[in-house]
Design a binder for this molecule. Sequence first.
Ligand code: ADP
Ligand code: ASP
Ligand code: MG
Length: 440
Amino acid sequence: MKVLKFGGTSVGSAERIHSVAHLISDGLPKIVVLSAMSGTTNTLVEISDCLYRNKKQEALNVIQNLEVNYYIVVTELFKTEAYIHKGKEFIQTIFTYLRSFVNKDFYPLQEKAVLAQGEIISTTLMHYYLEECGIANTLISALEYMRIDKDCEPDYFYIQQNLRRELAKPGTHELIITQGFICRNAYGEIDNLKRGGSDYSAALIGASIKAEEIQIWTDIDGFHNNDPRIVENTKAIRHLSFEEAAELAYFGAKILHPSSIQPAKKENIPVRLKNTLCPQDEGTLITQNSPAKNIKAVAAKSGITAIKIKSSNMLLAYGFLRKVFEVFEAWKTPIDMIATSEVAVSLTIDCTDHLENILHDLEKYGTIEVDRNMAIVCIVGDFAAGKTGLGAQVLNALANVPLRMISYGGSEHNISVLVQEEDKKKAMTDLSHKLLDAQE
Ligand code: ADP
Ligand code: ASP
Ligand code: MG
């Protein structure tokens, strides 16, 4: 059985839903994971922001506009009066529910319930449309099986047990429709897998049922060798390894949610990226191994904060790094990059929720310097030990970009450099022109 995930643009209009319905109706058993229609989650975030600020009328206006758009989708989506009526009734129920938040106190718990409606709408509309076309399908609510634990990590055992139970229910068809992104937390409350989380849902579902393949259908012809939103003339890569893809996704390649490769890698399930607008395109295949290439791709992650701890106590001391790391562990803040010298250690974080506490705790170990608004540029390629020249080529390509940190040798397939946000575009463009294009 395959798992196919369709992103926001892939289901972004009645016409697109028609195309996806056609794509998934080939008679083969599959689980189809849908995101919210494009723009919907952003609008739900906007509604939540209004409600946090107690701007009730503003919230009602945004809700009203979104509702009107969905009535248009419903009239374009369905052919028969009966289904147009059914679709409208459903939209009305959802928007009555959304309006019910306007006169209540608003907390993160309520926000999660509001954000969940996008995926609930898209999957229900798809389910009804397939039904209208006479295509047997079962809608399974992700809230019945998708779950995160107290640390916001997926609860693999719960997911597997509950998804299998849902799939085994009598009368369940071979075409399953379910929501991406949404889940329940350890307390049974509605939660989500963070923005872009539908990819992660698909991967978790794929790993739970040991799927034959996980397909991520989106609006581009595969994983590109640089960020197409920032650099011109990027090209699709045909084959990546799990580790390469995970590294690129973690370091900013928006095409995949940063955690989505992990479950696939764990169960060794191929991941295929496909273009909904051009289904015959080859796309990108992600598997355990991939053909080596000097430099494969570049990605970048913004919003990075660099922290330098300078201390003469570090000289010839052992246990210093442990103490530094323990501070980050205590504040549940992951470290991305690290560079050390005899008298200082520099490291980067992207979550600054506890920055003040971290800085306070680090002060006892030395002098602290903080650089905000930095970006990590990650270069993925074949940097196997013993290979000569490639590191020099990367640094040469970046000769005109001020570098704050360099990480080389952490793995065999990655070099990362830390630059100021304002230099990010130049770093990415220079790497494309001087390395990626030159290799073609
Ligand atoms: P979906 O809504 O289908 O999940 P996303 O917008 O999350 O789609 O991801 C697809 C987008 O990711 C592309 O349209 C592209 O702009 C962006 N992107 C960023 N980096 C890359 C990359 N390296 N390769 C392909 N797309 C990328
Ligand atoms: N709808 C959610 C978002 O916009 C999840 C996703 O699209 O993957 O972030
Ligand atoms: Mg996405």
